[in-house]
Design a binder for this molecule. Structure first.
Ligand code: 1GP
Length: 244
């Protein structure tokens, strides 16, 4: 089954949870263990996010170590064409819509497009939109950050992604952001959007997760919480807030 179909089926049953793993934060073996824990507590998909500086070798070893451990889909969200790997189940073929650096909008994607098509890797078109504070991704792509109270601009970007034909819209407030995307912004976006809405960044507790879900997120991404001690229990409580 394609990852697209898997997600469609999951979305019919409720909110989807994605566990984001940054290969630069731990050894490949540790990444494999984290992915297995995420699967055991009920996460639906593992997303490997390659930030700039990721080496080809680290990506390959991390992918292999995770693949050995899990049966849920493993998806890659590359930051550019510098590290690629074809053993993922699919790739988020994303465009960072409010980046001022064009290589994040379509430059990096264009470098890899023909090879991706020839390898017949499933690509899932995602429109990324970064909201304040944006943190690392905001800086790397010199993003024209959407301010946290500009719901109108956020909704316009989201609908622009939909009109471009992107299958998913991903609102990101930044890896390890102090707070998630505001609930009011999620509601404003959701009101206008037909395609599934992914929300990530700064979601650390069950309360955060429930708020984001109730505001209208279809898919919720958490990353940093798995880097700290006690992550299994924290992840479990987030999952119960999303799946109850
Ligand atoms: C996914 O970047 C996020 O969109 C992950 O953010 O590390 O803050 O969970 P956290």
């Amino acid at each position: 089954m394609s990852v697209t179909q898997y997600l469609k089926d999951k979305l019919k049953r409720g909110t989807v949870h994605i566990t984001l793993i940054d290969p630069m934060k731990q050894s490949p073996e540790a990444a494999g263990r984290l992915a297995l824990t995420a699967q055991e507590v009920g996460s639906d998909l593992i997303l490997v996010a390659g930030l700039s500086g990721l080496s080809q070798r680290n990506l390959l070893e991390t992918t292999r170590a995770i693949k050995e451990k899990i049966s849920i889909p493993l998806v890659y969200s590359p930051a550019g064409a510098e590290a690629l790997c074809f053993s993922f189940d699919a790739l988020f073929f994303g465009s960072l819509l409010n980046a001022k650096n064009p290589s994040y909008v379509c430059g990096g994607q264009a470098q890899a497009a023909i090879i991706l098509k020839r390898m017949e890797l499933e690509t899932i078109p995602v429109g990324y939109i970064v909201v304040e504070p944006g943190i690392k991704v905001g800086e790397a792509a010199s993003v024209d950050l959407i301010s946290r109270d500009n719901y109108w601009l956020a909704a316009n970007y989201a609908v622009a992604a939909e009109l471009f034909g992107m299958g998913y819209v991903y609102f990101e407030s930044g890896l390890n952001a102090a707070q998630p995307i505001p609930a009011g912004m999620i509601r404003a976006v959701k009101k206008e959007l037909l395609v599934p809405l992914i929300v990530g960044g700064g979601i650390r507790t069950a309360v955060d997760a429930r708020r984001v879900r109730q505001a209208g997120a279809d898919m919720v991404v958490t990353g940093t919480i798995i880097e700290n001690a006690g992550y299994r229990e924290r992840l479990r409580s987030i999952l119960s807030a999303l799946k109850d």
